[in-house]
Design a protein around this ligand. Structure first.
Ligand SMILES: [Zn+2]
Length: 368
């Protein structure tokens, strides 16, 4: 990783400054992309903006900015607000109060203008491999704008694949969260969290590996088609997605379920009956776990009700500390409460159905 500290004069920075909303913001003779795709919109704060200009006028140092080499030019990684403030002021977009008077750049005397234009900005210019840049972005992110993990990845793996992926997965209300999918998915599309979810599921958690491999693909159709297939499958297997159900279904790892169970023989009507029963079952604490339980059969996803301390002490006393399986005596801390008739066979969490087993026998029983 190569990081070089450069001095850039304000006159160089503002040369060719252009702000064309959709097409982007450029400076430094057109070679600096001031708002690359991963940067969020410049948040206009008048007081901070004016502070930047006063700092420059007083020849105080501004915090070092970060540029990253990209193609023939640079992308601004950190310092968007300072950069835009300076460029807008010199361009004449706003005035600042100087000695009580509103002064635009063109109101300043020639020597004051010159002083601003010759002010040296400190810029770290960074060049390196993609993974080096990503590590570095993560570090400077701590001090600068807070980017999400996926915004950081997008900063590295820009290209045709990402541009197409964003059409489907980012901005406000993209296709990815339409057709009722918004009821099932968590995360803000415009912060790239839906894209992250899709990538996570599709790549099996290897998001960066996937993005680097496909960076220059002509489009992201593969990912988009996968996403649609996941939710088509969910709709087929769990068609009841009314608002009460959607509350249980929202944010579940549907892609992971799809990856592992898409070829299972599943009957929607049977599943629906079991869901109704499980929702009604007071023994089931974690209703959101119902879907995973139905697919995997793992009872732990349901957080089944456990015996309380009072019941445990009572049963321990009744058994006089003897484990009914191995007939040995234990102190209470060496024992665990067990359902005599398990939940799966209709057993409830009531003291009549409780026995205290030694830890060894409890864990051996039914392969806990
Ligand atoms: Zn025992």
């Amino acid at each position: 990783m190569d990081i070089v500290l450069k001095k850039i004069k304000i006159s160089e920075l503002v040369a060719g400054y252009q702000d064309k909303a959709e097409e982007g913001v450029r400076g430094y003779g057109g070679r600096l992309n001031i708002r690359p795709a991963y940067q969020r919109e410049f948040i206009y704060k008048e007081k901070q903006r004016d502070e930047v200009i006063h700092t420059v006028r007083k020849k105080y140092p501004l915090n070092t900015m970060y540029w990253v080499k990209a193609g023939d030019g640079f992308e601004l990684m950190d310092g968007q607000q300072r950069t835009v403030s300076i460029c807008q002021y010199v361009q004449g977009d706003f005035s600042v109060k100087i000695d009580g008077a509103d002064m635009f750049f063109h109101n300043l005397t020639a020597d004051k203008q010159k002083q601003i234009l010759e002010y040296d900005l400190s810029v770290y210019v960074c060049e390196g491999t993609d993974s080096e840049k990503l590590d570095w972005f993560k570090i400077i992110n701590i001090a600068g704008v807070k980017l999400t993990d996926q915004e950081l990845r997008n900063a590295i793996y820009t290209g045709t694949w990402l541009a197409d992926a964003k059409r489907w997965f980012s901005k406000n209300s993209p296709p990815a969260v339409q057709d009722g999918r918004d009821k099932l998915v968590n995360g803000a599309p415009n912060r790239q969290e839906v894209l992250e979810t899709a990538l996570d599921w599709f790549s099996g958690g290897e998001i960066e590996g996937y993005m680097s491999k496909h960076q220059h693909d002509k489009d992201a159709q593969e990912l988009w088609q996968y996403w649609q297939a996941v939710f088509d499958w969910v709709k087929r297997v769990f068609p009841n997605q009314d608002s009460a159900r959607a509350k249980l279904m929202k944010g579940l790892p549907w892609g992971v379920f799809y990856n592992e169970h898409k070829d299972d023989k599943l009957n929607a009507a049977t599943l629906e009956q079991r869901i109704v029963t499980l929702i009604d079952d007071d023994e089931v604490d974690n209703k959101k776990g119902i879907y995973e339980y139905l697919l995997t059969g793992k009872e732990k996803t349901l957080s089944l009700r456990a015996f309380d301390e009072k019941t445990k002490v009572k049963i321990y006393g009744k058994q006089k500390g003897i484990c009914p399986t191995c007939k040995k005596h234990y102190v209470i801390g060496e024992m665990e409460a067990d359902h005599i008739v398990p939940w799966s066979k209709g057993g409830k969490t009531v003291s009549d159905n409780c026995q205290m087993l030694c830890k060894m026998d409890n864990r051996t029983k039914s392969g806990k």
